[in-house]
Write a protein of this length. Structure first.
Length: 324
C-alpha cells in the first residue's frame, strides 16, 4: 500500500509485487480562488483519509491485514501535507506490524512510468507542480541533466491560471482553452542549455492578462506552445548529449496532450522511442508510491519509525538507485 500526500492530492494505492494496480483512490484539494494553501490542504488530507483508505481497500477487495508493506511519500513536498501521510503510514505500520518504507515522490513518478511503458533506461522529462527535471540513471543515481531554475511547470501553469481566474488546479482548464486559441502572442522564451526558467514568462503573462487585450484562449494557446517548446528543446538536447534511446514523460503535466504531441514528434525525428505515463498515473497518486516501496523493499531497504521523518527538500539525485 502506498500513501501519497505531498501537496494537493491525498492518494492511497495498492499494487501487487508484479506491478498490477489493484486500487488507486485519491481526493484532491481544489479551490476557485487562489492556489494551494498548505495548512488547508493538510486539513483536507485529514478529513478525507478514512474515506480514501476505505475506498482503496474495497476496490482491491482486501483488508489491512492482507497488506505486506506500507509505503509513503517521505519527500519532497509541503511539510504540513507530508506529515499527514507519514503519520498515517506510521500508525498502520505499528498497528498491523508491517514494514514501513518512505520513498522519494519524484523517483516514484519515474518508476511507475517505466513499469507501465516497459522502458528500461529512458531519459525522463519529469513535469510536476514544484519539480521539472530531465533525469536519467548514471553511476547509480538519477542524475539531473536539466531542470527549472525557478518554479516547476505545474506551479507556473497554476499561477498563470490564477491571473486568468481559472481556479486551482488550472492545468486542465488551460489545456482546454488552448485548443480554442488561434493567435500566437509573442512571449519570453527562456532556456539556458538544458535548464529553463518560467518566472519571467509568468510576470509577462500576468501583465498581458491585465491589459484585457487578448482572449484567454489565445493566452493559453501561446503559453502552451512556448513553454512546451522549451521543455521539448531541453529534452532533445539531453538526448543528444547522453545518447539514450527512450524518452519517458511523467508527472502531473504529462497528462497534457499538446506536450505529448511535441515530444512524440521530436522523438520520431530523432529515431528514439517515446511514451507518456498513463493518464490515471500521471498526477500524484498512491499507486506509484506503493510500487516504489515494493522496489526498494525488495532491494533490501529497511526503515524504523525513527527513520521516517519527512524531508521537504529531498532531491532526486540524492538517492542511491540500487533496484535498477
Amino acid at each position: 500500500m502506498g500513501i501519497e500526500s505531498t501537496a494537493h492530492t491525498l492518494g492511497v494505492g495498492i499494487v501487487t509485487e508484479s506491478g498490477k494496480v489493484l486500487a488507486n483512490e485519491r481526493h484532491t484539494f481544489t479551490t476557485k480562488v487562489g492556489g494551494i494553501h498548505p495548512r488547508k490542504a493538510a486539513d483536507h488530507h485529514i478529513d478525507f483519509y478514512p474515506e480514501v483508505l476505505k475506498n482503496a481497500l474495497e476496490k482491491a477487495s482486501l483488508k489491512l491485514t492482507d497488506i505486506d508493506i506500507i509505503g509513503f511519500s517521505q519527500g519532497p513536498g509541503l511539510g504540513a501535507c507530508l506529515r499527514i501521510g507519514a503519520a498515517a503510514a506510521r500508525s498502520l505500520s505499528k498497528l498491523y506490524n508491517k514494514p514501513i518504507i518512505g520513498v522519494n515522490h519524484c523517483i516514484a513518478h519515474v518508476e511507475i512510468g517505466k513499469l507501465k511503458t516497459g522502458f528500461k533506461d529512458p531519459i525522463t522529462l519529469y513535469t510536476s507542480g514544484a519539480n521539472t527535471q530531465i533525469l536519467a540513471v548514471a553511476s547509480g543515481r538519477y542524475r539531473v541533466f536539466g531542470e527549472t531554475l525557478d518554479i516547476g511547470v505545474g506551479n507556473f501553469l497554476d499561477a498563470f491560471g490564477r491571473a486568468l481566474g481559472l481556479g486551482f488546479p488550472a492545468g486542465p482548464t488551460i489545456e482546454k482553452l488552448a485548443r480554442e486559441g488561434k493567435n500566437y502572442i509573442e512571449i519570453p522564451y527562456s532556456i539556458k542549455g538544458m535548464d529553463f526558467a518560467f518566472s519571467g514568462l509568468q510576470t509577462r503573462l500576468e501583465q498581458l492578462a491585465n491589459t484585457k487585450k487578448y482572449s484567454n484562449e489565445d493566452l493559453c494557446y501561446s503559453t502552451q506552445e512556448t513553454v512546451f517548446a522549451v521543455l521539448t528543446e531541453a529534452t532533445e538536447r539531453a538526448i543528444a548529449h547522453i545518447n539514450k534511446k527512450e524518452i519517458l514523460l511523467t508527472g502531473g503535466v504529462a497528462a497534457n496532450k499538446r506536450l505529448q504531441e511535441m515530444l512524440a514528434k521530436m522523438a520520431e525525428q530523432r529515431g528514439v522511442n517515446f511514451a507518456a505515463v498513463p493518464f490515471d498515473l500521471a498526477c500524484d497518486n498512491g499507486a506509484m508510491i506503493a510500487w516504489q516501496a515494493i522496489l526498494e523493499y525488495k532491494s533490501g531497504k529497511k526503515q524504523e519509525i525513527k527513520d521516517t521523518e519527512v524531508n521537504q527538500y529531498w532531491r532526486t539525485d540524492q538517492i542511491d538507485v540500487n533496484w535498477v
